[in-house]
Every structure is written in structure tokens, then in C-alpha cells.
Design a protein around this ligand. Structure first.
Ligand code: DPN
Ligand code: ZN
Ligand code: CA
Length: 435
């Protein structure tokens, strides 16, 4: 994180006057298109889980201090983001166990989409791939759901499970604790256990033999990999992770997995890269399952797939009818400068939609420096984001909804990014317009 700098008087560089129409902050989302999740944010959670283990005897196992500290870390992030959390306790092996349940306010309470990951490690090590990765990926997607103000049709609920490593204890306890009527409201459960294996495979839970409806989840989980051209394999995970109790209750299930103790075949190494004859995760259940035991590309792809799946299955993923335009040219944002990145739209009849989706991917060392506007072809300005002296996170990765219905669609649109404070700089990585 970068140091803070002084905000310059706003008058400097305000060339944006004249006939320009400035519209107040566009309401962020509901977005139809799942955003790209910056993997650095997921890695930051993994670093925190590693530190928790290091400070608590080297693990985050059931009954150990590192597990409760992990629960408190995830809970704190979700509470700040507006999720409604509750910690549910159970007893196993004479020790108190914890499940963290988080509900996203809104959606149809009778139609719940649930996703989960076990947060406990084995006692042998810190459990960063197993299952810091699934826990951190799901956490970052949940935080993105709220930062985007997603308005899903379904009610969204996430679970971080305890004592998975001792026999799926936490998730089983949760499902068994639900009255029949509550179980019936859960229309699907997605499980994420080991999604950053160091010698990764790309496995999607096979819907065969699972409750009816599981195929829809499998297809949704595969969708992002189809989009990015990464082949997947179906895997029969049987009862090896926390989906099992949900499946037993007749709830459709699905999940992602990058492999554990099994060796990668040469055919798999050919299509996925990596090392044939070596385990997908040679540090599985060992002390070396540290932050170094994560393949960042696999973590990135799987986290994006979680987002695409949740956006789609929660009832917000219908692709809007119009075409999409993107500018992927990197444009530097020098200190205290204003830069424009153009997108020329042609072949669209009439005006832009009331729900024009503007997806923005900016890398920056202090996002509070940035004021962002969308400039319509006639020069009208739509404010997407204000600068803020206290917004100390880095990158901007967000999708904004703009009512652009008074603008002709065709012509050159621009993303105008103004860096208002000294020291930190960045780059427009890409941005897009979804009509
Ligand atoms: N359940 C995992 C563990 O925590 O050890 C391993 C695993 C996950 C195996 C998913 C198969 C499928
Ligand atoms: Zn696991
Ligand atoms: Ca700056």
C-alpha cells in the first residue's frame, strides 16, 4: 500500500467546463456481466491466512487458535462490506468448531443460491492451497458482489466451514441443523476446495450421480473456462468435500478443483502445462502448503469462474441484448494528469441503453486519486467515480451502470481518468461498453 499524498485544489486542471453535462454518481450495478476479479486481492487474503497460521503454531486446524482467527478475519471483511454474518458453533473431538454463514441482503428468500469453502487446515501446516484458496477466492467474489451492489434475483448465502479435514464435520452439522423447509429453499450449492494447486488441473465436479439440477451448475462453472479457452475435465469428487451433505439432502451441487495428491498424466500436462508424473499438489496436507504452494494463474482463473457462476446462477447473468466494445490498449496515467481512452462505436441503431454497462479495469497504486468519467460522443460527462483522500486501496475494477438513453450510441466514447493527487500513478488496463 502506498503512502498518502496531499490532494491538490480541485480547481487545478478543471478544463471540463462549458456545455458539459455532469450527471451525479451513476449507481453502481446491478451488473449483468461478472467483473474480472483481481487475483492480487485474493492473494492478499492468502497472505493474511498465512500470517494467522504462522502466529498460531503453524496451522489453522479445528480446535486450534488459528482456525478461530481465520473465521474472524473472513467475518470482519464481510461485515464491513454489508453482508449479514453469523458464527455457528458445534462440538467435535471435545473442541468447539465454527461455521461462518454470510447472507447478502435481498433476493428471493425462498430461492437461495449457496456457495461454500472449508476454512480449516490440517494440523500439519497452514493449509494455503487446501483450502485458503477456495476460502479466499469465495471471499473476494462475495466482497465484489457487495461492492458492485449486485441485485440478484436469488438470495445469496456463503458458508466457510469448520472441521472439513476431520470428516466434513462443519458442513454436515450445518445442513443437518436446517429444518426441512429451509433445506428446500436452497436451490443449489457450489463448493470450492483447492483452486490454486501448484501443478494445476482444471476440474469441474461431474453432475453425474448428483441430485437433479446439478448439470446446470456444472455448465455454469464451465462457462468461464470455455470463454478463456482452457479445457476442463469432469471429476467425480464423491464425498471428499463439503458438497456431500448438501447432495445427501437432495440439493443440486457443483464445484471446482485443481487437484490434490494424484499425479498429473502426460496428456493432462500437454493440455494444461505443468509437470507430468508429479502430484497436482505435492504439498497436500503437509507443512509446505504455504503461500508459495499456489499457482497464481489457476487461482485467478478459478476465482473469475466463481464470479461468472454466481452472477449467472443468482439470476443476474443474462447477457444484455446489445453488442459489447472494448479498448484493451494500456494507457499510462501519469501523476496529476487527465487521460482519455477512446472506444469508437458503430453499427448500433438509435440511442444507448438506460443500463449501459461500463466495465473499468485500472491498475493504480492509490485508487482514491482517481476521478473517472464516461464521455459520450457529444461530450456529455457521466461521473463514474469520485476521487477520495481516504480510499487507500489500489486498483479500480468495477462495472458501472449509466443511464445513457439520451445519447446516440454511435460515435467515439471516452473513458476520462483524472489523477488528482501527487505521488501515485497507474494505467488504464482495459475498459468496455456493453450496450
Ligand atoms: N477435501 C479435500 C481436502 O480437504 O483434503 C481434498 C479434495 C477436494 C479432494 C476436492 C477431492 C475433491
Ligand atoms: Zn480441502
Ligand atoms: Ca497520483
Amino acid at each position: 500500500m502506498s503512502r498518502r499524498s496531499t490532494i491538490l485544489p480541485l480547481a487545478a486542471g478543471l478544463a471540463l467546463t462549458g456545455a458539459l453535462l455532469v450527471v451525479p454518481l451513476a449507481n453502481a450495478a446491478p451488473t449483468a456481466v461478472a467483473p474480472d476479479i483481481p487475483v492480487a486481492n485474493v492473494q492478499a487474503h492468502l497472505n493474511q491466512l498465512q500470517t494467522i497460521a504462522t502466529n498460531n503454531g503453524g496451522n489453522r486446524a479445528h480446535g486450534r487458535a488459528g482456525f478461530l482467527a481465520s473465521i474472524n478475519y473472513v467475518k470482519g471483511k464481510l461485515d464491513t462490506a454489508g453482508w449479514v454474518t453469523s458464527v455457528k458453533t458445534f462440538t467435535y473431538n471435545g473442541a468447539t468448531g465454527y461455521n461462518l454463514i454470510a447472507d447478502y441482503p435481498g433476493g428471493d428468500p425462498n430461492s437461495v443460491l449457496m456457495a461454500g469453502a472449508h476454512l480449516d487446515s490440517v494440523t500439519a501446516g497452514p493449509g494455503i492451497n487446501d483450502n485458503g484458496t477456495g476460502s479466499a477466492g469465495l471471499l473476494e467474489v462475495a466482497l465484489t458482489v457487495s461492492s458492485q451492489n449486485l441485485q440478484p434475483t436469488k438470495h445469496l448465502r456463503c458458508g466457510w466451514w469448520g472441521a472439513e479435514e476431520l470428516g466434513l464435520v462443519g458442513s454436515t452439522n450445518y445442513v443437518n441443523s436446517l429444518p426441512t423447509a429451509e433445506k428446500a429453499k436452497i436451490k443449489g450449492y457450489l463448493n470450492f476446495d483447492m483452486i490454486g494447486s501448484p501443478n494445476p488441473g482444471y476440474f469441474v465436479y461431474d453432475a453425474d450421480g448428483q441430485p437433479a439440477g446439478s448439470l446446470e451448475l456444472q455448465r455454469a462453472l464451465e462457462e468461464h473456462f470455455v470463454t478463456i479457452g482452457v479445457p476442463t475435465e469432469e471429476t467425480s469428487v464423491g464425498g471428499r468435500s463439503d458438497h456431500a451433505a448438501f447432495a445427501r439432502a437432495g440439493i443440486p451441487i457443483g464445484g471446482l478443483f485443481t487437484g490434490a495428491e494424484v499425479g498429473k498424466s502426460s496428456a493432462q500436462a500437454q493440455k494444461w502445462g505443468g509437470t507430468a508424473g508429479t502430484a497436482f499438489d505435492a504439498c497436500y496436507h503437509r507443512s509446505c502448503d504455504r503461500t508459495t504452494n499456489v499457482n497464481v494463474t489457476a487461482l485467478d482463473r478459478n476465482t473469475d469462474a466463481i464470479a461468472v457462476t454466481i452472477w449467472k446462477l443468482s439470476g443476474t447473468g443474462g447477457i444484455p441484448p446489445g453488442p459489447r466494445f472494448e479498448n484493451q490498449t494500456d494507457i499510462a496515467i501519469p501523476d496529476l494528469a487527465t487521460v482519455d481512452s477512446p472506444i469508437t462505436v458503430s453499427g448500433v441503431s438509435g440511442n444507448a441503453p438506460a443500463g449501459l454497462q461500463v466495465a473499468v479495469d485500472i491498475r493504480h497504486t492509490y485508487r482514491g486519486d482517481l476521478q473517472i468519467d464516461l464521455v459520450a460522443p457529444d461530450g456529455s460527462l457521466y461521473r463514474l467515480k469520485n476521487s477520495s483522500g481516504s480510499d487507500s486501496a489500489d486498483n479500480v475494477s468495477a462495472t458501472y451502470t449509466v443511464n445513457a438513453s439520451s445519447e446516440a450510441a454511435n460515435g467515439t466514447w471516452k473513458l476520462r481518468v483524472r489523477d488528482v493527487a501527487s505521488q501515485d500513478t497507474g494505467t488504464i488496463n482495459s475498459w468496455s461498453l456493453q450496450f
